[in-house]
Design a protein around this ligand. Structure first.
Ligand SMILES: Cc1cc2nc3c(=O)[nH]c(=O)nc-3n(C[C@H](O)[C@H](O)[C@H](O)COP(=O)(O)OP(=O)(O)OC[C@H]3O[C@@H](n4cnc5c(N)ncnc54)[C@H](O)[C@@H]3O)c2cc1C
Length: 403
């Protein structure tokens, strides 16, 4: 059911792929999301089908086995997956950030080693900045890596809120390598930390990399969020992103670059969730009757629908614009921040208005909107909160318009 007219400037390839993913969401994700959400269970059968569809290699070049599509097409795919359930897009999103980091900063050896297995989904990636005592203030990272011999660093410390923390095989983890750096963010390095997927206490070459039980959350269920405890974990120097010579103490800039992309990614998730809330609201408003007529005939309800549809359209346009600018190689830091800020707030607003339109039933687990209402707030937090987006937009605006 297409409600708000989807942004129509799509190439034939984009139309074909988004229609395919929409059908996948309608047939495989939406009918099963309630079960996995209520049980907080990893949706393994859905993920297996995503592997077959090639969805883990969307942006990975063909030479490494991927589809080599651009960010704009990727954002369209993420919107469709998130319209189904944002936990499904969460399984792909950190993986996408990992593959972007490898493509942009990795050595050829690192690309050859990981990208082909990432393209098929055989290896999945997580990324880890946050710690128990910090999230927004990335430069304050405490987890550290110290060189212990010619070829190894030892990582110690605790990371927090790692999406796909248990089931991933690779974690792009940002840690402190120079405690004396004059500017704190200059002393951080991104390591590609390998582990056994699904194993809580790693042994052998991955000993010292432990994953505590998953964090219990209000929403965004199914996909696990975990702490990661590094306790004497030996990581090869060769696993510094970009190699030791080029990558040591360069991790902050690498991660910030990836987060710009991540913001488009989260914006697309907001559009998908908001679109689904609008669809549910439009249907329910025409089914439910009060005072002798469908509630859709009351002006107060029509105004809600109008506001929701306007938010969805505006969020989609901002998201597509940020993605297109990035694809064109243009500067898009402000635009990515705006898209993330607006689309995540639009998702929250649409989820709440849809819940209100459902009246008491919106509060029941029998209705899909109850899940959307619990899922939406995550988008206000991950990849930088709304407050942080405003800080980034404000700072960059002043840089661009310096007098
Ligand atoms: C389900 C889930 C999944 C996540 N997945 C990942 C992941 O995969 N990898 C990862 O690294 N992290 C992940 N995160 C962490 C997420 O990125 C952080 O929660 C987020 O960056 C906010 O950090 P914080 O929670 O420490 O809040 P804080 O930084 O402590 O902020 C608390 C409040 O203060 C505000 N604030 C902070 N600084 C300022 C300021 N300078 N001015 C004004 N207001 C400010 C914030 O906006 C917020 O409202 C995830 C979080 C959740 C909930």
């Amino acid at each position: 059911m297409a409600i708000a007219t989807p942004y129509s400037e799509k190439t034939d390839e984009q139309k074909a792929i988004t229609e395919m993913v929409r059908q996948f969401a309608d047939e495989q994700i939406i009918p099963n999301a309630e079960h996995y959400d209520h049980e907080d269970e990893f949706p393994e059968p859905i993920v297996e089908q995503m592997k077959e569809l090639g969805l883990f290699g969307v942006t990975i070049p063909e030479e490494y086995g991927g589809m080599e599509l651009d960010l704009t097409t990727y954002a369209m795919i993420v919107e469709e997956l998130s319209r189904g359930w944002i936990s499904i897009s969460g399984i792909v999103n950190t993986h996408f950030i990992g593959s972007y980091l490898l493509l942009k900063f990795g050595t050829e050896e690192q690309k050859q080693k990981y990208l082909p297995k990432m393209a098929t989904g055989e290896m999945r990636a997580a990324f880890s900045l946050s710690e128990p005592e910090l999230g927004s203030d990335v430069a304050a990272i405490k987890t550290s890596a110290k060189k212990i011999d010619e070829e190894h660093y030892e990582i110690n410390g605790t990371k927090m809120w790692v999406t796909n923390g248990l089931l991933s095989s690779l974690v792009f983890v940002l840690v402190r390598t120079d405690p004396n750096a004059e500017r704190k963010h200059r002393g951080l390095t991104c390591f590609i930390a390998e582990k056994e997927p699904g194993v809580a206490e790693n042994t052998g070459e991955y000993a010292g990399f432990n994953v505590p039980p998953k964090i219990k959350k209000m929403g965004y269920k199914g996909v696990e969020s975990t702490e990661l405890v590094f306790d004497g974990y030996r990581c090869p120097a060769a696993n510094i992103l970009g190699g030791e010579d080029a990558g040591l103490n360069k991790g902050f800039a690498q991660m910030m670059d990836a987060l710009e992309l991540g913001r488009v990614n989260v914006a697309a998730r907001g559009v998908g969730l908001a679109q689904r809330a609008l669809e549910l609201a439009l249907r329910y408003a025409q089914e439910r009757r009060t005072f002798g007529k469908p509630i859709a005939q009351h002006q107060a309800i029509q105004f809600k629908l109008a506001d929701m549809a306007t938010q969805v359209e505006a969020a989609r346009l901002l998201t597509m614009r940020a993605a297109r600018l990035k694809d064109a190689g243009a500067r898009s830091d402000i635009e990515a921040g705006m898209a993330k800020l607006f689309a995540s707030e639009a998702a929250r607003l649409c989820a709440e208005e849809c819940l209100r339109i459902h009246g008491g039933y919106g509060y029941s687990k029998e209705y899909e909107i109850e899940r959307l209402y619990r899922d939406a707030p995550l988008l206000l937090i991950g990849e930088g909160t709304s407050e942080i987006q405003r800080m980034v937009i404000g700072r960059k605006l002043l840089e661009r318009h310096k007098i």
